[in-house]
Design a protein around this ligand. Structure first.
Ligand SMILES: C[S@@+](CC[C@H](N)C(=O)[O-])C[C@H]1O[C@@H](n2cnc3c(N)ncnc32)[C@H](O)[C@@H]1O
Length: 267
């Protein structure tokens, strides 16, 4: 299930706050990831640290002098650009909404098979879709789960998360092959080897790539999705990237630096 290719052996888990509850959480997470736990940041054996902070779980990198840290990844659905303000501004006319098949009076049930930091899922959930988020990286999954937990605790995002977002820590290919459930739309946004511009930003994307690699098995995602999508499969690709499947998309929505390839499923 785990696909943390490069960085995981060099990640420690710790807490910037000396709280018994957070230290316990950090210790549990380290055991789950099978990586080092350090009760204090300065006791970490590595420079990349997953740490519980006053804001939530964050991935940090220590700078040369070991005192200062750079924030690498953090999931925040409540504040920031992926947060509540975005949710308020998202519309059913935006490309992602049209791609997954949102129509007046209809909100598809979406399986997001490459959940990542959950930004796309959050937009869809904010628009009223029931979204199942599946992520196989244990590090990315831990950050995402923590973001969802905090969003559940905030009155502005509670309903969106509790009613419309359901997280699964699993490999999508093997999960969908079990065909336990059907979804109107399966949405896929795998890493692309030379993706150099993205809504997530270059630094964020570089860090995710360092953790999960290039998703070289992403062609299999479409095959697995075919058994579970009753209406459509949507694949997000960089604008000039080749198709993920030999099949020609039935519809393409083009944006400046990326596109959505839409495959209709007739079941
Ligand atoms: C480009 S990121 C997705 C970004 C996401 N759309 C967002 O809005 O944050 C790709 C993610 O898909 C995940 N992924 C790729 N293949 C997967 C698979 N077979 N099963 C589960 N997750 C997968 C990777 O681990 C990575 O976190």
């Amino acid at each position: 299930m785990i696909n943390d290719v490069n960085l995981l052996p060099s990640i420690s888990v710790s807490s910037t706050i000396n709280s018994t509850r957070l230290l316990q959480k950090a210790e549990l997470l380290a055991a789950k990831l099978d990586t080092h736990f350090a009760p204090k940041i300065n006791q970490c054996e590595t420079d990349v640290i997953l740490c519980y902070t006053e804001h939530g779980l964050q991935l940090h990198q220590r700078r040369d002098n070991k005192e200062r840290m750079t924030l690498l990844l953090f999931v925040d659905f409540v504040n920031g650009k992926n947060g509540f303000r975005l949710a308020k501004n998202c519309t059913t006319k935006q490309p992602l909404a049209r791609a997954v098949g949102i129509k007046p009076g209809f909100r598809p049930a979406v399986f997001d098979g490459t959940a990542g930091l959950g930004g796309d899922s959050f937009v869809l959930a904010s628009l009223g879709c029931k979204v199942t988020l599946c992520e196989r990286s244990s590090v990315i999954g831990a950050l995402l789960e923590d973001g969802l937990e905090r969003a559940l605790a905030d009155s502005r995002t509670r309903t969106i998360v509790s009613e419309n977002m359901h997280f699964i820590s699993h490999d999508t290919i093997s999960f969908l092959q079990r065909k336990t459930k059907q979804f109107d739309t399966v949405y896929l946004d795998p890493m692309y080897p030379h993706r150099d511009s993205s809504a997530l930003g270059k630094k964020t994307m570089r860090t995710i790539r360092a953790i999960v690699g290039d998703d070289l098995d992403s062609e299999q995602l479409i095959q697995a999705a075919q058994s579970c999508a009753t209406s459509r499969i949507v694949v997000k690709r960089p604008a000039k990237a080749p198709l993920l499947s030999a099949r020609t998309p039935d519809h393409v929505i083009k944006m400046k630096s990326s596109r959505y390839d839409v495959y209709f499923e007739r079941k």
